[in-house]
Design a protein around this ligand. Structure first.
Ligand SMILES: NC(=O)c1ccc[n+]([C@@H]2O[C@H](COP(=O)([O-])OP(=O)(O)OC[C@H]3O[C@@H](n4cnc5c(N)ncnc54)[C@H](O)[C@@H]3O)[C@@H](O)[C@H]2O)c1
Length: 250
């Protein structure tokens, strides 16, 4: 008999970064409700109490992902707590928006560090566990900015395009171990990060260019993660799933 509960995650262990707010919180809530034990990582210490309120056994970890040398220890802590690691969702990200002629090196470096270097090295550390297990699912939250130029987004677009190609190389090398690596690239999502730039007249102008006429919700992005981490999605790897209400098709 076919199991129709395609998205059940009982017995699986996930890490979600940037889990204290916005898209990361929505992903953590959905994965926990599907039965996964979730290690919720964020630099905001509120993540510890947020994890305690989740429907499954979850662990809140306060960590600054700019500390790249601590990535292996972060993975070890999760494996020591829950005994395995099946899913990594690299969601934490920042956006520092400046016109191309005014981009500061400090903003450029900070953006690439959090949006590209951190997810890469966390994937590398997780990949060492997943290859032993011969199973894993990695999903990286990129952006529509990975495939189109947005004004004032030079560092952000570059970081997200880099994340997409890094994910493809990880996917190519890790596929033989039962590990898939994919990106999700949303349009503007209604979160603090999204609203900080896209509000007022600028938001209305943007929505007018999106065929469905609105921004995405964090829950819509979380649902796509649930699909890509399901066992049924094992044939999908190296993909960049664009969830943009049609913004990039016209
Ligand atoms: N909101 C949008 O419009 C939108 C659109 C496309 C892609 N994205 C991407 O989705 C992801 C999540 O965005 P969001 O809108 O939920 O953002 P958000 O700002 O609402 O939440 C991001 C979370 O990441 C955490 N974080 C940031 N830097 C960190 C660090 N150095 N170490 C640990 N935690 C850190 C923050 O504390 C926060 O809880 C990001 O990668 C973003 O680039 C967002």
């Amino acid at each position: 008999m076919t199991n129709h509960n395609l998205f059940n995650l009982d017995g699986q262990v996930a890490i979600v970064t940037g889990a204290s707010a916005g898209i990361g919180l929505a992903i953590s809530e959905l994965l926990s409700s599907l039965g996964a034990k979730v290690a919720m990582v964020d630099k905001n210490p509120d993540v510890v109490t947020q994890a305690e309120k989740m429907p499954s056994h979850c662990l809140g970890i306060t960590a600054d992902l700019s500390e790249i040398d601590k990535m292996p220890a972060l993975i070890d802590r999760v494996v020591n707590t829950f005994g395995r690691l099946d899913i990594l969702v690299n969601n934490a990200g920042i956006g520092i928006l400046e016109p191309v002629l005014e981009v500061k090196q400090q903003s450029w470096d900070a953006t690439l560090l959090i949006n590209l270097t951190a997810p890469y090295f966390l994937s590398q550390a997780a990949g060492k566990v997943m290859t032993q297990q011969k199973y894993g699912r990695i999903v990286n939250i990129a952006s529509q900015a990975s495939v189109i130029a947005l004004e004032n987004h030079a560092a952000y677009c570059t970081s997200k395009a880099g994340l997409v190609i890094a994910s493809k190389v990880l996917a190519a090398e890790l596929g033989k171990y039962g590990i898939t690596v994919n990106c999700i690239s949303p349009t503007v999502v209604e979160t603090e990060l999204g609203k900080r730039y896209w509000h007022g007249e600028r938001a209305e102008e943007m929505k007018a260019k999106i065929p469905v006429g609105r921004f995405a919700t964090p829950e819509e992005i979380a649902s796509a993660v649930a699909y890509l981490i399901s066992k049924q999605a094992g044939i999908i790897t190296g993909e960049n799933m664009i969830i943009d209400g049609g913004y990039t098709i016209i």
